[in-house]
Design a protein around this ligand. Structure first.
Ligand code: HXC
Length: 510
């Protein structure tokens, strides 16, 4: 018996070494942790239960039968994050560059199936070169199985992908179908094909960082939802994110104890909006002063900064926050901002997370660049997402809500449940200057008349009261009481029930 126990320990120790000391050292030399070290940081201490540690590939081409490594390049299992179950897989770059064989795929799909069956989130840590080239179609088939499960789990359990090394092929397509992608700055890359293949096919010379580094994917492509400086910080932030998310689409949203009173008043918000309507201010101040303890987890912070999306808590319960940011492009809605917010709204709706929307939007961005880029359909994504969402929707208009953007931003007409406006709100088809120039064109530019008409327009329309008189705004509130009012509205809506008509699925303008 003793011998068998010793043999088990020996086999385990060997499996834990993955590709061996030298490759582990190479991993560390690139400031990267190994797959197992990463799981230690991600999960509660001692909570990781590993599956399939002894699985090996079954390939025989290219002399592969001579190079079998226990675990076959991926560490899989489950554990807890602050006591809540999560399923995990972590690619081991030290074994065949973390590439995916048929057997390796089987380990991942086993975890995907368990996560779905047990309705718990799944987190993949990626550091891998895609399908294992030596296995050919067996590896492609393996990836197909992973992709299919990504699709079936979408909207049922949260799926999070963390990119922690060079990733190509299937190791970027699977993440692309999950809810969130996070990267590590300067050590992680995402591309369908790496710089060498790019050089061969297109003769472009490009570095991995230029092709698919965190800076590219958080600011230009919007593939990644965020990036952090190193492995430990990234994984610690993933623990923070998981704390905010429900286990599945039917589970209650998590509730954490908070010492921050729901009635907290923020007198400084009474002067947040400048007297000059064209002067910017930072909407983030309103967000952090509204959520519990100022704790806000931003999603896509570096992309389309004219709109802010992210999670916070109110009375300990998670809310999704969408806010136009007057500091960037005056908070205008363009294609990027619309896409970014639409995806966020849909995530919240899929997982029963109430949405709080702060509105200060001068409209959609005009111009050929936007129109040629498909602004109509991209803008429609956000309109559609808000319109289909059945979760509690609370809206606070702080200043401008102009034109179509007024409708889009969780207005009453899109089934906003509680719609507030600050006294500084201006709800109109457009700003005074543009409006007067159009409707009083006949005045032939008579300056005095235009000034008088502008004043008339401002007095009549640039306030929340025309909308409030129609019931489009439920109440004009004091800025300082925003947190209190939003918290009360959220409490009111805890048992909200609203169903859309039965359909197979909708046809959101993609
Ligand atoms: C087998 C692989 C591999 C792969 C890397 N390795 N990728 N082995 N299959 N796909 C091995 C390397 O041979 C090497 O082994 C070790 O992993 C480390 O790789 P390096 O190239 O030395 O590392 P690095 O320079 O950091 O480059 C990493 C990389 C690059 C950018 C990921 O390896 C790369 O471009 N790999 C190929 C990517 C690719 O085209 N994959 C197929 C995609 S198709 P040794 O023993 O020499 O150290 C796909 C289909 C899915 O995934 C379908 C999508 C819809």
């Amino acid at each position: 018996m003793k011998d068998i126990l010793a043999e088990l320990e020996e086999r385990r120790a060997e499996a834990r070494l993955g590709g061996g000391e030298k490759r582990i050292a190479a991993q560390h030399a690139k400031s990267k942790l190994t797959a197992r070290e990463r799981l230690e940081v991600l999960l509660d201490e001692g909570s990781f239960e590993e599956f399939d540690m002894f699985v090996e590939h079954r390939a025989t081409d290219f002399g592969m039968e001579k190079t079998k490594i226990a675990g076959d390049g991926v560490v899989t299992g489950w554990g807890t994050i602050n006591g809540r179950t999560v399923f995990v897989f972590a690619k081991d770059f030290t074994v065949f560059g973390g590439s995916l064989s048929e057997a390796h795929a089987g380990k991942i799909t086993k975890i995907q199936d368990m996560a779905l069956k047990n309705r718990a989130p799944i987190i993949g840590l990626f550091d891998a070169g895609g399908a294992r080239i030596q296995e050919g179609v067996a590896a492609l088939g393996g990836y197909g199985e992973v992709f299919q499960r990504n699709v079936l789990a979408s909207g049922v359990i949260p799926q999070i992908s963390v990119i922690m090394g060079p990733c190509a092929g299937g190791d970027v397509y699977s993440p692309a179908m999950t809810d969130f992608i996070f990267m590590v700055r300067h050590s992680s890359y995402m591309f369908v094909t790496g710089p060498d293949v790019v050089k061969t096919v297109t003769n472009e010379t490009v570095t991995a960082e230029e092709l698919g580094g965190a800076s590219v994917h958080t600011t230009r492509s919007s593939i990644a939802d965020g990036a952090y400086d190193n492995d430990v910080e990234t994984l610690t932030e993933m623990r923070r994110l998981i704390d905010l998310l429900p286990m599945n689409n039917r589970a209650e949203i998590p509730e954490l104890e908070t010492s921050d009173p729901a009635e907290r008043l923020e007198m400084s918000l009474d002067t947040l909006v400048p007297d000059n309507p064209n002067k910017p201010y930072d909407i983030k101040e309103l967000i952090t002063k509204t959520v519990d303890e100022g704790d806000f987890f931003e999603i896509q912070a570096a992309f389309a900064r004219n709109i802010i999306t992210g999670f916070g808590r109110i009375e300990g319960r998670t809310v999704g926050i969408v806010a136009n940011q007057p500091m960037v492009l005056a908070g205008v809605l363009d294609s990027d901002a619309s896409r970014k917010a639409a995806r966020f709204v849909r995530f919240c709706d899929a997982f029963g997370i109430p949405i709080v929307t702060f509105v200060d939007v001068p409209g959609f961005l005009p111009g050929t660049a936007q129109e040629y880029g498909g602004l109509i359909k991209h803008g429609a994504k956000l309109l559609f997402a808000y319109g289909e969402a059945t979760v509690p929707k609370i809206t606070v208009i702080t200043r401008k809500a102009y034109g179509g953007a007024y409708d889009v931003m969780a207005s009453k007409h899109l089934r906003g449940d509680v719609n507030y406006a600050w006294p500084s709100a201006q709800i109109a088809v457009m700003g005074a200057k543009g409006a007067v120039e159009i409707i009083f064109r006949a005045s032939n530019g008579d300056k005095e008349e235009l000034a008088a008409r502008t004043k008339e327009y401002e007095d009549r329309f640039l306030s929340p009261f025309v909308a409030a008189e129609r019931g489009y705004i439920d109440e004009v509130i004091m800025p300082h009481s925003t947190r209190k009012r939003v918290a009360r509205a959220l409490r009111l809506l805890r048992n909200k029930e609203l169903d859309n008509p039965w359909k197979k699925h909708d046809n959101i303008p993609l």
